[in-house]
Design a protein around this ligand. Sequence first.
Ligand code: GLN
Length: 543
Amino acid sequence: MARFIFITGGVVSSLGKGLMAASLAALLQARGYRARIRKFDPYLNVDPGTMSPYQHGEVYVTDDGAETDLDLGHYERFTGVPGRQSDNVTSGRIYQTIIQRERRGDYLGATVQVIPHVTDAIKAFAQADTDDVDFVLCEIGGTVGDIESLPFIEAIRQLRNDIGRENSVFVHVTLVPFIAAAGELKTKPTQHSVRELTSLGIQPDVLVCRCEQPLPASERAKIALFCNVRKEAVIPALDAPSIYAVPQAYHAEGLDREVLRAFGITANDSPDLSRWTEIVSRLSNPEGEVTIGVVGKYVGLPDAYKSLHEALVHGGIAHRVKVNIRWLDAELFEHEDALAAQLEPMHAILVPGGFGERGSEGKIASVRFAREHNVPFFGICLGMQMACIEGARNLAGIADASTTEFGPTSEPVVGLITEWMSEEGLQKREAGGDLGGTMRLGAYPATLAGNSVVRAIYGTDEISERHRHRYEVNVHYREALEKGGLVFSGMSPDGTLPEIVERPDHSWFVGVQFHPELKSKPFDPHPLFASFVGAAVKQSRLV
Ligand code: GLN
């Protein structure tokens, strides 16, 4: 049976619980254990798919087509273990399941209640699908004391009784603020947060204390005394220069050792951290740098493009260069002078995924700039669609080319897809149907053309990449677009859905309908991102 590590947060949100969970899992892996991480989100949306990126940051998509919290991206980037639908659940989904059961009459006349029905559903979720791992790390979203997270806290309290103390450990992440005027670190918020947690029946085994200043031994001892935790199990967590330096930093403070000790496992040997040492050494000693312009809509909130940001960093790791990302607001590029001034210094241009018309003319103009100036260009999802519309308008003579996403058009170079094949058979959608969970979601295969640029980059004919979109490039425009130099080099295996377009006569010009950034890892940079950053490096030597 798998052992469970329950991770809660206290005092404030945004303490890096997800990163802590990902790092701890990576450390356990480095000791030869198999680990899986799950996230419980207390909000009432069924999944984050319908939330604005401004609310929630990026929606991370798994191979099996779940729209999940962006923390699942961290988990996958740090552990290499692909996330699944069963790794993220919200209160909304739990309640949806329970209410459906109630309507079916499954509760046989019983009163349906938070305890035991909601808590049972949470426990079942935590324990499902865990046969193939040694440790399951369950991160509870939100902050202890929130009304919304109470059923989750109650469920993990019960779970410890169900599975036994030897199989469950509680890690609580808190903040130890530095009060500049007093010149002191303050432990009181941590004490209060642990008191809150113990009042709910949970005594943490390990405390992770986020702090801006080193935590002196005296303060560590004080926290241990007041919070009823071993002194060694009070783990200081200072900000790290890079997120990829976090696993080593936690190891140095004894996090993995203390968690194992709480399970009664003595960790004598050291974990193999060579993979992390190499990544950190490349990041901290770059041999050059490139500047890449990302022309998007949600540029005010970098979390909206979390995986994209990381995948570009990974491309930099592959080439030992620092990647400076300039987040550029597409809406400002509807004026040509503004566009040229901002894009000229870029060594490469990327138009990422997105939804809606706002900023689209600026994105199309950016594609044109990249094409005419032979600057490496990468279009992802909406970015590929914009590249096709640009090619249609400016090279194929289809002046009215557009996408039906932006309203009715006589030239739907990009159009709504209502039917396609998936592993589960024919999928159907209606215009005006539900928005939640109805896009083409998750992993789909693509076949690459023999002599294409992307075939050479991937080194294989068949790929599988993750999707999240409702519209597709219309294959009926293929001939016209190819005459304009845009080659359809990746197609769905049945030849109906364009997956990749490229311009062979350009320094580097690739558009993909999927989201390659979701699968990139620091120790295994995605081939397209590695190649794109490589093209940016070449470009930087030209200018
Ligand atoms: N809005 C576009 C669509 O739904 C692109 C989506 C995306 O970029 N993820 O097809």
